[in-house]
Design a protein around this ligand. Sequence first.
Ligand code: FEO
Ligand code: CA
Ligand code: CA
Ligand code: CA
Length: 670
Amino acid sequence: MAKTDVFCNRAEAYEAHDDRPLSPGGGETIGDVVVRRYSRRDMMRGTLGVAAASVLFGPSALSAREASATGIEADRFAFEEIDAGVDGTHHVAPGYRVQILLRWGDPLFADATDFDPLKQSATAQLKQFGYNNDYIAFFPLGDDGTRGLLCVNHEYTNEEVMFPGIVRQDLVCFPDMTAELVEIEMAAHGVSIVEIAREDGQWRPVLDSKYNRRISPLITAMTVDGPAAGHDRLQTGADPSGKSILGTLNNCAGGQTPWGTYLTAEENFHGYFWSDVCAEGGKPPKGLGGAEAKSYERYGVPGLWQAWGKFVDRFNVDKEANEPNRFGWIVEIDPFDPESVPVKHTALGRFRHEGAECIVNKDGRVVIYSGDDGRFEYIYRFVSDGHYDENDRAANMRLLSSGTLSVAKFLDDGRVEWMPLKFGQGPLTEANGFTSQADVLIDARLAADLLGATRMDRPEDVQPNPANGRVYAILTNNKERPMGEEDAANPRPENVFGHIIEMTPPDGDHAAGTFTWEMLVRCGDPSIAAVGALWNPATSANGWFACPDNAAIDAEGRLWISTDQGEPWPTGRADGLYALETEGARRRTAKLFFRCPVGGEMCGPCFTPDGETLFVAVQHPGTDGTDRYKGFERASSFADPATRWPDFAPSMPPRPSVLVITKEGGGKIA
Ligand code: FEO
Ligand code: CA
Ligand code: CA
Ligand code: CA
């Protein structure tokens, strides 16, 4: 058995090489791919007819009323769409300017060492912009729109294009990893906070700003609050209090609170844990973790995606069984106080948090939506006990300490029920292994299982839109959903393209027990009936997309979606940023605004409040799917990457980067 099959590794969740090749780049059309996939399940030979696809997946397009209205209503997105495709660089709609703002290794402090990928060290990295930029938030400084704090997550590291001579380690049992390389990786994770300023239309980092800060799993102490703070299961040899945790990791998406704090989501924390018992290609044996065994199994601990536990004892579960319980939380950071201690809020539950999108409910309570990004995992909602007070920031900073965490059940009749995860209620009792609310939160997945939550196709961002009161749940894909296990909210088996659900709270009440829901789009190529896509017919051949991941709402209340197809690369087109219409006759129309270089994932779309600047993050350029990139057709390495974007210098590997997009001559985006 190949090692890729043995390990429950990064390859699995980051859309691994172990999937069947799907890209048209390999000589197949996307139609061939779809037909092969579905015919493999004996659905039928050849392309499915529209009628058959409609029976399987629901209507493939709009009602006659909606369709006949198409084209009458003006496009709310005034930009000229770009062509879909893939090459070694980025592309943006005509009339827009792209500026590279921050690349991996760029200085964040005046005394930072110049970046040299051949001489990188943890000490240097701690003063430089980290790796794999993901979520971005912008906090204005002053009122004139020329200064602000940019907070950026650094989700993970790709050793094969970071370090010379090192291949992808999780595929080969980590033979090349050293304590020094692991330290660099730890320093490259976490969060960057940096002041930026705009002069003559150009944004630049302010290196001598008092706000600049690097937060990492290597050096940054955090505290814990909420019902699980100090619990036995959070106590370790290094921290008998169970309330002091070193660092945060796998920070994927996040959120921004109205009181000016940054929320960062700990996603694939399980991948950072190690066990000597299974390090050499074995699976974790049943019972590993002792009292934590059931929890380990449900969360995939230890994941062995990284070699950290080989050198750092707390990431080795043989040596410290409780450390995994200290990750998988939402962390709140005050970017305006560089001395502040970040807080892990246990009231929001522990799972593979994709993000933490925040909205103030009409009654003043704060609501946070969060997806658990795993196949068949759930969508959660937190409602604070306390109320937001715009004049009391200190009190607001305690709002995420207590509240009600609920999990979603999507009913076929178009309702979605929010089921509270409360100790002592229903099955969440000692008889089922829960002795307190702390247990319920630490093992939120196990609690949600017992409540019968709906098993979704990998929930990513769950994005409320304050402009229309609705909430967008992004389901990226789930190629492992078997035929016969579809439901109304996850209607396609082997869902390689993903979909987006729109939820509507009654009377705009985000704390209500029941919402309604509707399918907004089923992704994939609408010209192939077998795909079962759902778009407005006004969507062009360039505008449809697959594998939605992050969502952002712009200053006009419009929805933007970024994509992450991962390794199977099902469309053969680069990931990008798309405008998606949610209102009127053009509802369900998508348009391509920006395209990533080959192998890059689109993350972090973030608009300034004036709508004139858009920040986007290109994550892991040159890595995903390059074995099927025409003319290259091999895995990227430090010496031989598919692209050297954005520097295109012979000595520089590809670098994850945050870009600034503005309109030529100024003005609002789109
Ligand atoms: Fe880190 Fe679910 O994306
Ligand atoms: Ca993501
Ligand atoms: Ca978002
Ligand atoms: Ca993703």
